[in-house]
Design a protein around this ligand. Structure first.
Ligand SMILES: O=C(O)COP(=O)(O)O
Ligand SMILES: [Mg+2]
Length: 241
């Protein structure tokens, strides 16, 4: 990936980079929409368009279903939502990578970072079993140690709580002062702020508020811009020695 090679000679990369999954590494909205709509159909409710569902992603499976029900103005009890979450997860597990793909440049950039010794992890609010299933299905598992993939149910807290991100960095024995979070939403940015870690946001993800307006340390339109952004955010935070 030649466009990644134009870093200044002295540029310093982070020790550890932690990625969000949905809307950052993987364009998973088509399969999430399919699973949500199967869940809605189980209630006799109409399908929601993917363009609407993609902005509902990022807070875990339960929140996705709650937002789907809100879109139909159909209230459900907590117990009924529990059952719908089970239905959703069962369906999605069978369709996790029917249409989902890594965003352009992801594989080349992960290879580039790995070749330079950068530790790589995933911090997602997706249930961890599904996150690992998706990562394996898209053959991204070669980049991430299984125990450095933390889902929304891996701990008692999840993003935007910074402890979710810190635990992912610790799973890699990474240096918290030289780590960077890469995400697509305010949830990722707030987790990074809470953890005291700089954040790069992608513009092609699922945030309902444009990434450029969220106040990240850097914003990228394509993964090829990531190496440069990573060095910039470390510099801007005083290299965080
Ligand atoms: O909402 C989800 O299921 C997960 O979303 P995330 O990978 O963007 O954290
Ligand atoms: Mg996301």
């Amino acid at each position: 990936m030649s466009s990644c090679e134009i870093l200044p000679f002295s540029a310093t990369l982070p020790d550890t980079v932690i990625f969000d999954l949905d809307g950052t590494l993987v364009d998973s909205a088509p399969d999430l929409t399919g699973a949500l709509n199967a869940t809605m159909a189980s209630l006799g409710l109409a399908a929601l368009p993917e363009a609407e569902v993609r902005h509902m992603v990022g807070h875990g499976a339960r929140k996705l279903i709650e937002r789907g029900l809100e879109a139909h103005a159909v209230p459900k009890s907590a117990g009924e939502i529990d059952a719908l979450v089970d239905y959703f997860i069962g369906y999605y597990a069978g369709h996790v990578a029917d249409h989902s793909v890594a965003f352009p440049g992801v594989v080349a950039t992960l290879n580039w970072l790995r070749a330079r010794g950068v530790r790589l992890g995933v911090c997602t609010n997706k249930p961890v079993v599904l996150a690992k299933q998706l990562i394996v299905a898209l053959e991204l598992d070669e980049f991430f140690p299984a125990d450095a993939i933390l889902g929304g149910d891996s701990l008692t807290v999840k993003k935007p709580d910074g402890r979710h991100l810190i635990a992912t960095i610790e799973a890699l024995s990474g240096d918290l002062d030289r780590a960077v979070m890469v995400g697509d939403s305010a949830t990722d940015l707030n987790a990074a702020r809470d953890a005291g870690v700089p954040a790069v946001l992608v513009t092609f993800g699922y945030t309902p508020i444009p990434a450029q307006k969220l106040g990240a340390d850097a914003v990228i339109d394509h993964f090829r811009e990531l190496p440069h952004a990573l060095t910039q955010v470390l510099d801007r935070t005083g290299a965080r020695h």
